[in-house]
Design a binder for this molecule. Structure first.
Ligand code: IMP
Length: 422
């Protein structure tokens, strides 16, 4: 039997590329859908059978009866938030316990990790990362420090391990003089979440995935956040704390590099970023506001305004290189419908120096733009490539040329039918 492959679907800029919209297209093609990094800092908005769901930790194959969904070892999981997310799906009629399997090697986010997240942010003053406050950084820090609690710990002498790590966190909070917290309600829900998790398959998902591949099954690795938030390759220190790029698929699921097939890199026809950190293409003017308003660019997890700008080819090309993207997926083309002209950032400049490759530090660089004609026609009714206005077809061809990568899927509106496969 031919060995199955792992395809990856990755946000390749700053996250929020709208993966939820194309899940309909992707999940039916796979037998297993797996998350390999991150945790409830993600928020994938998915509209299924007319109902809106925000998935944070649960893979989006959960809506498809026949699929196995896996939360891989590279993920971090908050039992209370997981329980709330899962119960919402259960009350909408989805059966979860048989189809959602959680790696025993995934790490647990404790209530005190969330307090530490806030305490570390407060201590940073004006250099705040602008985290989602979900305890992501402190949990991955404990993982790297080899003191973290894993899902597998739930099954074995859990209470003592929990109390020991919590005490350690409380000591750090005392050292930081951080007193602005009350764990009581949080902890109660969290412990209820731990109990709730016991009814799921808490397993060695690495074996499960590799067995599936050996049987010729197809696996979709579903990314979270974006490549420029990767702990190694992102705009450090303004990043998340996991490996969000394709390398993270291997370490976060326990699959070998030679099992990887297609790497779908998803991006928007323009740029956005949530939280702090350098963002050379950010627009502070009316154009930025218009993109935010038309694109509904407000955070799914935190509700924050997203920072908006034109497409950044310097960032896109870098992300394509780091991930080895084989196929691009361009979202939200219709958001640019109203513009007479459209700009694309082709280089950065600072102090007389111009670069086309992503610099070590993106702080202080100014964008160099090329201006292209806009299509200035509504795209939302477009259902096939033949209906593309010429200027839109030219925009796509321009990006393909500049990146050397084909754009295989183009989304031009919120409807399912507004996803065009090329
Ligand atoms: P953390 O992951 O909560 O530690 O946040 C670190 C940075 O990543 C902050 O700038 C967040 O706004 C950003 N971030 C984390 N998760 C997401 C996401 O799913 N979409 C977009 N930005 C995110």
């Amino acid at each position: 039997m031919t060995q199955g492959k792992v395809d990856a679907l990755l946000g390749i800029v700053f996250g929020d590329e709208g993966k939820g919209k194309v899940v309909d297209y992707f999940t039916p093609r796979y037998d297993v859908v797996a998350r390999f990094a991150g945790g409830p800092n993600a928020g994938h908005t998915i509209i299924f059978e007319g109902k809106k769901f925000v998935l944070r930790s649960i893979p989006s194959g959960i809506f498809d009866e026949g699929k196995i969904n896996i939360i891989g070892n590279g993920c971090v999981i908050a039992p209370d938030l997981f329980m709330a997310e899962a119960k919402e799906l259960e009350s909408a009629g989805y059966q979860l316990t048989e189809r959602l399997h959680i790696s025993r090697r995934a790490h647990l986010i404790l209530p005190t990790h969330r307090v530490l997240d806030r305490a570390y942010e407060a201590a940073k003053g004006k250099n705040k990362v602008g985290t989602t406050g979900k305890g992501i950084g402190p949990t991955y820090s404990d993982k790297a420090a080899r003191i973290g609690l894993r899902v597998g710990d739930i099954l074995n002498n859990f209470e003592a391990k929990y109390q020991a790590l919590k005490a350690r966190h409380e000591q750090i909070l005392r050292d930081l003089n951080f007193t602005d917290y009350d764990l009581t309600a949080d902890e109660e829900q969290w412990l209820a979440g731990i109990d709730y998790m016991r009814k799921f398959h808490l397993t060695d998902t690495e074996f499960e995935i590799n067995r599936a591949l050996a049987e010729g099954k197809r696996v979709l690795a579903e990314g979270a956040q974006g490549s420029l938030l990767d702990i190694d390759h992102g705009t450090y220190p303004f990043v998340s704390s996991s490996s969000t790029t394709s390398g993270g698929v291997c370490t976060g699921l326990g699959v070998a590099p030679n099992t990887i097939g297609h790497i779908f890199g998803i991006f928007k026809a323009y740029s956005t970023r949530v939280g702090s950190g350098p963002f050379p293409v950010e627009l502070f003017d009316e154009t930025g506001n218009t993109i935010r308003h038309i694109g509904n660019e407000y955070g799914a997890v935190t509700g924050r305004d997203r920072r908006c700008g034109w497409l950044d080819l310097v960032a896109l090309k870098y992300a394509i290189m780091i991930n080895g993207v084989t196929d691009l997926v361009m979202m939200k083309g219709d958001v640019l419908d109203a513009f007479e002209t459209i700009k694309v950032c082709t280089a950065y400049t600072k102090d007389g120096e111009t670069v086309t490759e992503m610099p070590y530090d993106t702080e202080g660089w100014q964008p160099v733009y090329e201006t292209l004609p806009g299509w200035n026609t509504p795209l939302t009714e477009v259902r096939s490539e033949a209906q593309f206005p010429q200027a839109f077809a030219d925009y796509i061809a321009y990006i393909e040329r500049a990146t050397g990568t084909p754009i295989k899927i183009v989304s031009v509106g919120p409807d399912r039918e507004a996803t065009i496969i090329r």
